[in-house]
Design a protein around this ligand. Structure first.
Ligand code: ATP
Ligand code: MG
Length: 596
């Protein structure tokens, strides 16, 4: 490929809202162009890289025994209604606009394809003899993301590899889950990503086991907890610290009331009482989003966490078995009999449907908390004595988010660190959630109809590209991993008007191209500095420079983007050999690369 005949619109300007390195560099290097919020064109360089990611993903999925098919982007709403996701997906599901009854209003753009693939399974997978099977596709997804951001890390249209497996036993699902997990490790290693597999939340009604594949980057929107010794990694949504051990026995004081006028916030109360947040109990009143039958009333739940802890709503929803939201001020006043900010657990268990107590609250002694009386708090409150830790409506559970420095739950006690990360892939044991709601059954060996047991496995292809840049760049530009680089090599003709320079540069280009290397010949009539800057920005892993000076010295100059200072002058044939060897080495090294 000759640069002059190619299309590489590099630019110096970056929009103000672009802050993530991958976003800035992909725009500047002419890799992508924004068309609308969260909608991008892949320019030729970007498309080449994306296709390489796609090839890696397809190859590894095929190798793992998954079977490729292609499902449509246009999906019928009635299928989403079968699982209720036409409602639970809310604005994520992008519907086609059309008058009621019009064919358009019965369609939505697929954000994911569980319903579509389960319909296929329902139609064709009738016998245990057809199981297990894993069907996958690489297809454009559409999601009504409220806040598309960070370039192609979060967009409203993106390319996903989604796979769905079907089984007749949990053991069979377990085996395929492990198989996919291993395939994902190979995919991310081959794409040059320093990835990390973390335990992930499965949601209130999700399956039982799930892992996310994460790349640590400031541009990420997830927080992961990683133990210093590497024995634990989990998404903050589900990360747990080691269970608390009860402190030394101390005399239990009597409860006494203290006036705390206008002090409804933890810090205000602490200032007034001279206590620490960790000596306080936060009492939070929630209501269920959905009204529970038979009464049709929304359920009321009280949650308790220590004053210095943050409640984790994923854990709370799971413990409550329902999706909860903070109660409105009127409900809070009705439940506690006091203004917002003065709630305490004393006497509340009988006034709500559930009381869920964080396990660290359960071991507190002589705590301070609200008095359920406006402008008053109480001190000397003791769990078990002043509010129940057991009972029909009472649960003690892990409810809080872990904090920096908390001990790992593995028993090692190694301190947890919180890091921002971006999710590039997700594997999930779904169980029978979809097959049950859609009636997808098979006949087992005894001729009994059973719901198909499912797993699902997703990878964001665009995110792989962006995450590769987040992980591999410097002040001058992108440093592409060899496996996904749009071109592995740039051959730069320093003075294209010089016949000999052009002839040697073309020779380098042709020999490499002949050997199957992706090489771009920079034949532009521009200053050397300008061309070097572009090469750095675009991030070709290897560079061969042909100039009058190098030819006079006996050859061409070879260097690598990662180590620009190391330049080697080699005769043409040797330079070609060097490039071939380095490409081969890098590609095989990436296959073997271990996770961080
Ligand atoms: P997130 O939590 O980041 O919104 P998700 O959990 O909703 O992602 P999944 O439904 O698990 O995503 O989709 C599988 C994969 O698709 C993700 O691991 C991610 O790589 C990719 N992906 C999801 N949403 C987007 C998006 N808006 N833009 C780009 N890639 C995405
Ligand atoms: Mg996910």
């Amino acid at each position: 490929m000759h640069w002059r005949k190619y299309f590489v619109p590099t630019t110096k300007e970056t929009p103000k809202d672009a802050t993530a390195p991958s976003h800035v560099l992909m725009l500047r290097a002419g890799v992508i162009r924004q068309v609308a919020a969260g909608v991008y064109t892949y320019l030729p360089l970007g498309y080449r890289a994306l296709r390489k990611v796609e090839r890696i993903v397809r190859k590894e999925m095929d190798r793992a025994g998954a079977i490729e098919l292609h499902m449509p982007v246009l999906t019928p709403l009635p299928l989403w209604e079968e699982t209720g996701r036409d409602k639970t997906m809310a604005d994520i599901l992008l519907r086609l606009a059309g008058p009621v009854g019009d064919w358009r209003s019965a369609l939505a753009l697929g954000p994911t394809h569980e319903e579509i693939v389960t319909e296929i399974a329902r139609a064709y997978l009738k016998s245990y003899k057809q199981l297990p099977i894993n069907l996958y596709q690489i297809q454009t997804k559409f999601r009504g993301e409220a806040r598309p951001k960070s370039g192609v890390l979060r967009t409203r249209e993106f390319l996903m590899k989604d796979a769905y497996s079907f089984h007749d036993s949990k053991e069979s699902l377990d085996r395929e889950y492990d198989n996919m997990y291993a395939a994902y490790c190979r995919i991310f290693a081959r794409a040059g990503l320093p990835y990390l597999a973390v335990e992930a939340d499965t949601g209130a009604i999700g399956g039982d086991v799930s892992h996310e594949f994460m790349v640590l980057t400031d541009a990420g929107e997830d927080l992961v907890a990683i133990s210093a010794n590497g024995d634990y990694a989990a998404n903050l949504e589900r990360a747990a610290a080691a269970a608390p051990t009860p402190g030394p026995e101390v005399p239990l004081r009597a409860v006494s009331e203290v006036r705390t006028p206008n002090a409804g916030r933890i810090d205000e109360v602490c200032a007034l009482l001279g206590t620490q947040p960790r000596e306080m109990i936060k009492t939070l009143i929630y209501t269920s989003v959905d009204a529970a039958p038979p009464g049709g009333r929304k359920r009321r739940v009280v949650a308790l966490v220590r004053g210095d802890h943050e409640i984790n709503e994923h854990k709370l929803n799971k413990a409550a078995g329902a999706t909860l939201e903070l109660a409105d001020p009127r409900t809070i006043e009705e439940v506690t009999g006091a203004a917002v900010g003065f709630a305490g657990p004393q006497g509340l268990a009988d006034r709500v449907d559930r009381m869920i107590i964080d396990r660290e609250v359960a071991v507190m002694r002589n705590a301070a908390t609200g008095a359920n009386k406006t402008d008053y708090h109480v001190v000397g409150v003791n769990p078990g004595r002043d509010f129940p830790l057991q009972g029909e409506r009472v649960t003690v559970a892990d409810l809080r988010s872990v904090m920096q420095g908390d001990p790992s739950p593995t028993g090692s006690g190694s301190p947890l660190h919180l890091r921002t990360a971006i999710e590039v892939g997700h594997v999930f044991k779904l169980g029978t959630k979809y097959s049950e709601s859609m009636g997808a059954t098979y006949l087992d060996a005894g001729g009994q109809a059973q719901p198909l047991i499912m797993g699902c496995y997703g990878i964001g292809l665009n995110r792989i590209l962006a995450a590769a840049i987040e992980s591999h760049h410097d002040a001058d530009g992108i440093i592409w991993p060899m496996s996904v680089a749009p071109f592995e090599v740039v051959a730069i003709a320093l003075d294209p008007r010089d016949e000999q320079v052009m002839q040697v540069a073309t020779d380098v280009h042709d020999r490499l191209a002949e050997a199957g290397i992706d090489v771009l010949l920079d034949d532009r009539d521009e200053r050397a500095g300008f061309k070097f800057k572009d090469a750095d920005l675009i991030g070709f892993p290897l560079r061969v420079v042909v100039g009058k000076k190098s030819l006079a010295a006996g050859g061409v100059e070879v260097s690598e983007r990662r180590t620009p200072a190391q330049k080697e002058l080699l005769p043409l044939a040797k330079a070609v050999e060097y490039v071939l060897r380095r490409v081969r080495e890098e590609l095989s090294q990436q296959v073997r690369a271990a996770p961080v």
